[in-house]
Design a protein around this ligand. Structure first.
Ligand code: B4P
Length: 190
């Protein structure tokens, strides 16, 4: 099973990815989590990306693509994976396509979580209170939403055109959204 989960900041990608991955027995691979871990541990990669992330920008494709290709080559990813927050640019779509072609693999489905911007901003401001993430303040959230609209939202049409897109309403409790995703995926993959 090879899946993507896409959607705007705060829509529930990371939250839902964990449950979906456990359901199918595959690793959830979050580029955001990989970068945050590197920032926390002050690795060279973390030092390179910390300013970009705190400002709500996208890490350069060359960096991100290399990290994902390396991660997909690890032993636990041999039977499948769920990519959370990747691809986010057309260059990343191309790189993922090339990596899949190189390894003779194909995507099974692309989950697109959908929610109104007002709800998303509210969730991220709440997370700011709870977790204090550097990129969860009002100005940066607005910037992240703009970049998402410009660079990432158009990619959904690409996957829709390939017949891979599974659109799911992201409003509701975490369990309600999780049940919707599983039902929609089961229907898609049946
Ligand atoms: P991410 O880590 O992907 O951050 P995110 O878009 O906010 O999603 P996240 O998964 O954390 O939050 P979720 O919606 O689950 O990226 C962070 C940064 O890393 C990017 O801005 C960029 O700088 C960099 N980056 C990552 N990938 C990159 C790439 N491919 N290329 C370039 N740069 C990249 O949850 C949000 C909040 O909502 C949580 O508090 C959660 O508890 C809450 N929530 C979730 N579901 C809910 C529900 N149903 N009801 C109520 N609250 C809910």
């Amino acid at each position: 099973m090879r899946l993507l989960i896409m959607g705007p900041p705060g829509v529930g990608k990371g939250t839902q990815a964990v449950g979906i991955a456990a359901h199918y027995g595959i690793p959830a691979i979050s580029t955001g989590d990989i970068f945050r871990t590197n920032v926390k541990n002050q690795t060279p990669l973390g030092q390179e990306v910390s300013r970009i992330m705190a400002d709500g920008g996208y890490v350069p494709d060359t960096v991100t693509n290399a990290i994902v290709a390396d991660r997909l080559g690890q032993s636990d990813a041999g039977e499948g994976w769920l990519l959370d927050g990747y691809p986010r640019t057309s260059g990343q779509v191309d790189a993922l396509d090339a990596e899949l072609a190189r390894t003779g693999q194909a995507l099974d489905a692309v989950i697109s979580l959908v929610a109104d911007t007002d709800v998303l901003v509210g969730r991220l401001l709440k997370r700011a209170e709870l977790e204090g993430r550097a990129d969860d303040n009002a100005e940066t959230i607005r910037h992240r939403m703009e970049i998402y609209s410009e660079a990432t939202d158009p990619l959904l049409a690409t996957y829709r055109g390939r017949g891979l897109l599974v659109e799911v309403d992201g409003i509701g409790t975490v369990d309600e959204v999780a049940a919707r995703i599983t039902t929609a995926l089961d229907a898609k993959l049946a």
